[in-house]
Each structure stands twice: as structure tokens, then as C-alpha cells.
Design a protein around this ligand. Structure first.
Ligand code: GLN
Length: 195
């Protein structure tokens, strides 16, 4: 069975685990860097990206994460997870993992819209995806090899670049498992053909 990890330093870990388990995969709660070697894909949950990057550095995850990216093992970054995957952060800290050719602006929906829900069409996932946004970032620029999967009010909120998937919202906070299913399919396709 496919093994997918959920980085368990901060954020909605349990909800991601449940959404993945509903898609028939083995889920590994990642608490130590070396556990990354045993999984075929990784979910990078939301939370607070400054805190998350500190914890990643403090507990020595950075190098293993970079290897994961270099090996093109699939990663699904949601909200703060998406921020940490970007090549560029607009008007903010230095970028972190640079796994995707996207520029991201943190907290870009402004104070009035700290958190809200919207129904979105997400390419290849579904026409009616309930999206929960919490102090969400916007993907303000995408490179040529990046596919835009969803927009909200003309702003990009979900994108894919090969095995890497990022979204501004929290698909783990609804009962709808289709976005996780889409990620599981990416992980499955990325497996080497045996025999
Ligand atoms: N605003 C947070 C940040 O900048 C992300 C919020 C979230 O993950 N829900 O890191």
C-alpha cells in the first residue's frame, strides 16, 4: 500500500490523516526527519509558516525535506505548507523549500476576510469544492511549468507543478476527500513501475 506522511510539527495533522486514510493509504505521522525516507509522498499542513520553518530547522528536517524535493517525491502543501514550498515570498521572509515556481503573498485576503468559505471549481478535482480559507495566502505569480488549478476572485488559490501541489485553503477541514484523493493519485503515478 502507498505510504503517505503528514508532517506533524504544527497544524491540522489529525484532519489530514483522516482525509488520507479515507483514500486507502498507509499514513505515517512524521515526527522525526528520518521517517521521511519511508514515505512515498508528504502532506505539509497549514499553521503558521514562520513558526513552522523554525521548527523544521530546530528539529533538523530541512535537509531531508530538500532531498524529498530533489527526488521529486510528491508534496501537498496547504496554506502555510504552500507558503513554505514557494520560490518567492512577496514582501516577506526569504523563501524556504523553493519546490514550486510560484510567488506567494502571505495573509493576502486582508483583515476583514481573516477566514471565510467559498465553493470553487478545482481543475481535475471537482466543480464544487468547499474551500475553507484561514488567514490565507494568495499565489500571486506562477511560472510556465505550473498549472493553475483554482482561482477565487481572479486570484490563484491552487496550483500544481508535476508532483508538487499547493493550495491556499484547507481541504482537510471538510468531509470532502476529493482533493486528497487527487494527491494520492499523483503519488501513485509517481511510483516506479515494478517488473
Ligand atoms: N497566515 C499563515 C502564515 O502566514 C498561514 C495560515 C494557515 O495556514 N491557515 O503562515
Amino acid at each position: 500500500m502507498l505510504k503517505i506522511g503528514v508532517l506533524a510539527l504544527q497544524g491540522a495533522v489529525r484532519e489530514h490523516v483522516q482525509s488520507l486514510e479515507a483514500n486507502d493509504v498507509d499514513v505515517v505521522v512524521i515526527k522525526r526527519p528520518e521517517q521521511l525516507q519511508e514515505v512515498d509522498g508528504l502532506v505539509f499542513p497549514g499553521g503558521e509558516s514562520t513558526t513552522m520553518r523554525r521548527l523544521i530547522n530546530k528539529y533538523g528536517f530541512f535537509e531531508e525535506l530538500q532531498q524529498f524535493v530533489n527526488k521529486e517525491k510528491p508534496i501537498f502543501g496547504t496554506c502555510a505548507g504552500a507558503i513554505l514550498m514557494a520560490r518567492e515570498l512577496i514582501g516577506d521572509e526569504d523563501p524556504f523549500l523553493k519546490a514550486m515556481d510560484i510567488a506567494v503573498e502571505r495573509n493576502a485576503f486582508g483583515r476583514q476576510r481573516e477566514s471565510f468559505e467559498a465553493t470553487l471549481k478545482v481543475e481535475s478535482v471537482g466543480d464544487d469544492i468547499e474551500a475553507v480559507f484561514i488567514r490565507a495566502p494568495i499565489i500571486s505569480n506562477v511560472g510556465q511549468s505550473v498549472d493553475v488549478l483554482a482561482t477565487f476572485n481572479g486570484q490563484v488559490v491552487a496550483a500544481q507543478q508535476g508532483p508538487f501541489l499547493a493550495c491556499s485553503f484547507h481541504p482537510e477541514l471538510t468531509e470532502d476527500r476529493r482533493f486528497h484523493q487527487y494527491f494520492v493519485d499523483i503519488v501513485r503515478k509517481q511510483q516506479p513501475v515494478v517488473g
